[in-house]
Design a protein around this ligand. Structure first.
Ligand SMILES: *Cc1c(COP(=O)(O)O)cnc(C)c1O
Length: 381
C-alpha cells in the first residue's frame, strides 16, 4: 500500500464528510427532501460567490458552464472580447468562435496578467461589443487576473456582459460577484468546492438576464431560462446529479463553518508557504508577482532537470500527484495544486517529496531548505 496525496488543481481531494454524504441511499429529486437540500445549497453558494444574483446549478463539468454562458448571452455575429493568458482563457475564445461570434482575442503571454487597460482599449475600439470574458484564476499558468478592475470598466457599457471563469478562483481567492459587478461567474465541483467532478454552478446578474432575453443562439439542456423557472419551484428542469448536490450541501457546511474569508485566508497561507518553499530550493515561480493566485503554484523546471521525470517520480515513488505543464509548457513547468481540502502538512509533504525527487535527479540545493521555509510561514500563523 502507498498513501496517496492528490496535489492537483482539479480534481481535488474530497473530505470524508462529503464522501459519506454522497454514499447515502438515493432519493428522488421531485421530493420536498431533495428540494430542501438544493435550496440550502444554493443559499450557501450565494455566500461563496458573494452574490444576491440567481445561482444556477447544472449537471456538467466546468466547461459546460462556460459554454452555457456563451449560448445564453449572445446572438450569432455578436462581438465578444476575450482576454487570454492560458489554456482556459483560450477555451473561452474557442467556445465563442464555435458559436459564430466575432471574437476579439487579446492574447497575452501565459506568464502575464490580462491588463485591464487592454480591455478598456478594446471596448473603445469595439463599442458595440456584447460581452467581455476573462478567466480569473488561470489554472494552466497560476496567474490571477484582476477581474475587479475589469468589472469596473465593463460596468460602463450597459449592453455588455462580463463573463468570468472563476472555476479555480471560487474558494481560493476573493471573488466578490456583486461588489465587482461580475455578470456571470462560474465554478466547477472538482475544484474549490471539494467535490468529485460533474457539477457546475454559475451566477446570473440582471444585466446577464437581459442579454439572455435578447439571445437567439440555440440551446436546450443549457437554457438558463429553464433553470431559472424551475428554481422558482425549488427544483431543476432535468434530473440533477442528486448525490453531488447532497455532497455539495456538506461541503458548503465545511466552508461556511470556516467562513468564506477564512477559506480564502487559508489558501493564501498555503500558497505563500508553497512559494517560499520552492524559492528556497532555488526554483523560480512562473506567475508574475502582480498576478499570483492561491489555487495553484506553477514552477519553472530548473535547467538540466527532466520536468516530466519530476512529476513521474513524485507520483510513483512518493505517492504525491502534482500537475505538469500544459501545451507549450509541458515538461517546462510543474504545478502544485493547493485548492480545496488542504492543510499545512499537505504542503510540507509535497515539498519533502519534491526535495527528494530533485536530489535524485541531480539538482543541487540545500536539503531541507524548502520545508523549513514553508514551516516558517506556517509558524507565523
Ligand atoms: C478546470 C477548469 C476548467 C474546465 O473545467 P472542466 O471541469 O474540466 O470542464 C475551466 N476553467 C478553469 C480555469 C479550470 O481550472
Amino acid at each position: 500500500m502507498k498513501k496517496r496525496y492528490l496535489m492537483t488543481p482539479g480534481p481535488t481531494p474530497v473530505p470524508s464528510e462529503v464522501l459519506l454524504a454522497q454514499a447515502r441511499p438515493m432519493i428522488h429529486h421531485r421530493t420536498p427532501d431533495f428540494s430542501a437540500i438544493l435550496m440550502e445549497s444554493i443559499a450557501g453558494l450565494k455566500q461563496v460567490f458573494a452574490t444576491e444574483n440567481d445561482v444556477l446549478v447544472i449537471a456538467c463539468s466546468g466547461t459546460g458552464a462556460m459554454e452555457s454562458a456563451f449560448a445564453n448571452c449572445f446572438c450569432a455575429g455578436d462581438t465578444v472580447i476575450v482576454g487570454t493568458n492560458g489554456k482556459f482563457g483560450e477555451r473561452l475564445a474557442q467556445i465563442g468562435r464555435v458559436y459564430g461570434l466575432e471574437v476579439v482575442e487579446l492574447a497575452h503571454e501565459w506568464n502575464e496578467v490580462v491588463k485591464p487597460d487592454d480591455i478598456a482599449r478594446a471596448l473603445e475600439e469595439n463599442p458595440d461589443a456584447r460581452g467581455v470574458a476573462v478567466c480569473q484564476s488561470e489554472t494552466s499558468s497560476g496567474v490571477l487576473n484582476d477581474v475587479e478592475a475589469i468589472g469596473a470598466i465593463v460596468a460602463g457599457y450597459p449592453d455588455c456582459v462580463f463573463i468570468v471563469d472563476s472555476i479555480t478562483g471560487i474558494g481560493a481567492v476573493d471573488c466578490k460577484t456583486d461588489e465587482w459587478e461580475l455578470d456571470v461567474v462560474m465554478t466547477g465541483s472538482q475544484k474549490g468546492l471539494m467535490l468529485p467532478p460533474g457539477l457546475a454552478a454559475l451566477t446570473v446578474s440582471e444585466k446577464a438576464w437581459r442579454a439572455y432575453e435578447r439571445s437567439t443562439l440555440p440551446k436546450f439542456y443549457f437554457d438558463w431560462g429553464k433553470y431559472g423557472k424551475s428554481l422558482e419551484k425549488d427544483t431543476t428542469p432535468f434530473t440533477p446529479s442528486v448525490s453531488l448536490i447532497i455532497g455539495l450541501s456538506e461541503a458548503l457546511k465545511l466552508m461556511l463553518d470556516e467562513g468564506v474569508e477564512g477559506v480564502i485566508a487559508r489558501h493564501s497561507r498555503l500558497a505563500e508557504a508553497t512559494r517560499a518553499g520552492v524559492t528556497a530550493l532555488g526554483l523560480e515561480l512562473f506567475a508574475p508577482p502582480e498576478g499570483r493566485g492561491s489555487a495553484v503554484t506553477p514552477v519553472w523546471v530548473p535547467e538540466g532537470v527532466d520536468g516530466k521525470a519530476i512529476v513521474k517520480i513524485m507520483k510513483e515513488k512518493y505517492g504525491v500527484t502534482i500537475a505538469g505543464g500544459q501545451e507549450q509548457y509541458a515538461g517546462r513547468i510543474f504545478r502544485i495544486g493547493h485548492l480545496g481540502y488542504f492543510g499545512d502538512f499537505d504542503i510540507i509533504t509535497t515539498l519533502a517529496a519534491l526535495e527528494m525527487t530533485l536530489a535524485e535527479l541531480g539538482y543541487e540545493f540545500e536539503r531541507g531548505a524548502g520545508i523549513s521555509a514553508a514551516e516558517a510561514v506556517f509558524m507565523e500563523g
